[in-house]
Ligand binder design. Structure first.
Ligand SMILES: [Zn+2]
Length: 213
């Protein structure tokens, strides 16, 4: 590596856009910054919480923004479910009464398959969205995306594993889910990289799409 070749040592400051020799810029939070811009940039990084800025320039999504994203996803998935239930259930009950057959097994079977199909829809929604967009609609709306710890995007396995970890292991077991969700939330809230339980298991991070720049 030649150190004094001008063509290779010129770098653009990520803040003001002016070009500088390599020796006149420093890398902060993954961004090249010149001496003039350094104080302002540093204070901005500090203000956003130094611990929540990664070497790649990410800001990690904390507990509340992620809670908001889950809430939106719940709305996206829950409203169609309620409408469907509101349409189907009265019709079904009427059909049962009309058949003059106290066939509760029929109703139970319907309820079970309804839950199963809904579960499959939720699986597809979350896994496919994570695989192809790195975020569910809720996370998109909150400006978040899910990445691997190295910044790469999620494959099928990780997308599915993350779904299972959150929806089944953490929040899917009655009573135990209260404990697991609390632990996971505290982990996400206190961890320097804001990792929830499923992020630790799947080696993922939830970050803001907008990097510090
Ligand atoms: Zn600058």
């Amino acid at each position: 590596m030649s150190q004094q070749e001008p063509a290779q040592t010129v770098l653009a400051c990520s803040q003001c856009g002016r070009t500088f020799a390599h020796s006149d810029v420093v890398q902060i939070a993954g961004n090249w910054v010149c001496g003039d811009c350094k104080p302002a940039f540093l204070s901005r990084v500090m203000a956003s919480g130094a611990a929540t800025v990664s070497p790649l320039g990410w800001r990690y999504g904390g507990f509340w923004i992620r809670f908001g994203a889950r809430f939106i996803d719940g709305f996206v998935l829950g409203v169609p479910l309620l409408i469907l239930a509101a349409v189907l259930i009265p019709n079904l009950l009427r059909a049962q009464v009309g058949a003059s057959n106290p066939a509760t097994p029929g109703l139970a079977a319907f309820g079970l398959s309804f839950i199963l199909i809904y579960f499959l829809v939720v699986v597809c929604y979350e896994v496919v969205m994570l695989k192809y967009h790195g975020a569910t609609l809720g996370k998109m709306a909150c400006g978040l995306r899910v990445v691997r710890s190295d910044g790469g995007s999620l494959g099928w396995g990780v997308s599915f594993g993350r779904f299972v970890m959150w929806n089944v292991v953490t929040s899917g077991i009655p009573y135990l889910n209260l404990v697991f969700m609390l632990i996971s939330g505290i982990m996400a809230g206190t961890d320097g990289q804001k990792r929830a339980l499923h992020d630790r298991v799947c080696d993922t991070r939830v970050v803001f799409k907008q990097r510090i720049a």
